[in-house]
Design a protein around this ligand. Structure first.
Ligand code: WQD
Length: 351
């Protein structure tokens, strides 16, 4: 049985991918220092799969600690690298935090991949590498514009580092460009659990609906789009997770055409921010409390995917639609509220 190392395994996409990998027969270990995640997500993945999952609470920016994991696990047959900071807005205010964390951790990991000759490497990239391109929907060969945020810059650099690494080592790598991951596992046992104030649209919507956020703001309704708000491609986290399993199988079956291949992981449907809010209101039956505000620095106006290559090469098909995203996200938000209330009732001293 192939043993996969998943970095960021306690994170949103990492935990959902771990569920999909286990359901597809993989054994795995997680590496996550929980700086932006909670072990609860991995416990949820264990509950869904019935499998125990080992997590190494290690900062990948520490080479020695990272190296020790490879020393202890000589049978790692592939790596999926999720661990990174990913808030576009935050990266604009704290670029060095993003460059240090996202790049140093990647280089340390690749040094170990090279030393221990790990056969495959799958990288969590992002549609933010395209920048403010006018060519939408974007294909994998759409020229990359200057990134609109330091976050996007770290993903562009990451892709370049990995591409050079693959050529120099002949270790095949795959770069998966996510669009906007959202939604929760249908079991409502795991989902997106932002630590502190969320920055992504869908958790902001559900936290507004549940009352954690009093009123949300639509960042800009004066863009040159059909309703003035930005356009994004919201992809269900479970569809995204399954693409990672298919990417590993693609490499294991030596189907890759070159040493580093790129795939867009989006639905191909562009949805405006206001349309996303309307979709949530439709599935929840609630009226969302929001106001129209100023643009957010670092935002691209519109981006959505041409996903033909992933469909053709990986055999990937999306199963979930925008309504499923909003419904699973909403059910997950309500579940988190119930659990918080239960905790409070069982531990009155915490009130
Ligand atoms: C989406 C739209 C906001 C919050 C994300 C991830 C990034 C990468 C790409 C995977 C924008 C608007 C948001 C709010 C709003 N994903 N918005 N009010 O910036 O597209 O980037 O997807 O790698 O990691 O961060 O996502 O959800 O922050 O914003 O109006 O309160 O929603 O302005 O137009 P973004 P987002």
């Amino acid at each position: 049985m192939s043993k996969i190392l998943v970095t960021g395994g306690c994170g949103y996409i990492g935990s959902h991918t771990i569920v999909d990998l286990i359901e597809n027969g993989y054994e795995l270990i997680s590496v996550d220092n929980n700086s932006r995640s909670t072990p609860a997500m991995l416990h949820g993945a264990e509950q869904i799969t019935g499998k125990k999952i080992k997590n190494y609470k290690v900062d990948l920016c520490n080479f020695d600690d990272t190296h020790a994991i490879f020393q202890e696990n000589k049978d790692i047959s592939g790596i999926i690298h999720f661990a990174a900071y990913k808030a576009v807005g935050e990266s604009v205010g704290e670029p060095l935090l993003y460059y240090e964390n996202n790049i140093a951790s990647l280089v340390n990991l690749l040094k170990c991949v090279q030393e221990f000759q790990t056969p495959y490497f799958v990288f969590s990239s992002s549609c933010s590498v395209y920048g403010n391109t006018a060519e939408i929907p974007v294909t994998e060969t759409t020229p990359l514009m200057p990134p609109e945020s330091p976050y996007g810059a770290t993903k562009q650099m990451g892709e370049q580092i990995i591409s050079d690494f693959a050529k120099s080592t002949s270790i095949p790598c795959i770069l998966l460009r996510y669009f906007n991951p959202a939604g929760a596992h249908p079991s409502t046992i795991i989902g997106e659990m932002p630590l502190g104030q969320p920055s992504n649209l869908v958790p902001v919507i559900t936290q507004t609906a549940i009352g954690k956020i009093k009123k949300m703001t639509v960042f800009g309704t004066d863009y040159d789009t059909r309703d003035g708000s930005c356009i994004r491609d919201f992809i269900h986290v479970c569809d995204l997770a399954h693409a990672h399993t298919l990417a590993l199988k693609y490499l294991e079956q030596n189907k890759n055409k070159s040493l580093s291949e790129i795939f867009n992981l989006g639905t191909g449907n562009g949805v405006t921010v206001l349309e996303a809010i309307q979709a949530f209101e439709k599935v929840s039956g609630l009226q969302l409390n929001f106001e129209k505000g100023a643009r957010r620095p670092g935002d691209v106006v519109a981006i959505y995917a041409n996903n033909d290559l992933a469909k053709k090469q990986l055999g990937w098909e999306t199963k979930y639609h925008l309504d499923d995203i909003m419904l699973t996200a909403w059910k997950w938000e309500q579940k988190m509220k119930e659990e918080a209330s239960l905790m409070k009732s069982q531990s009155p001293e915490l009130n």
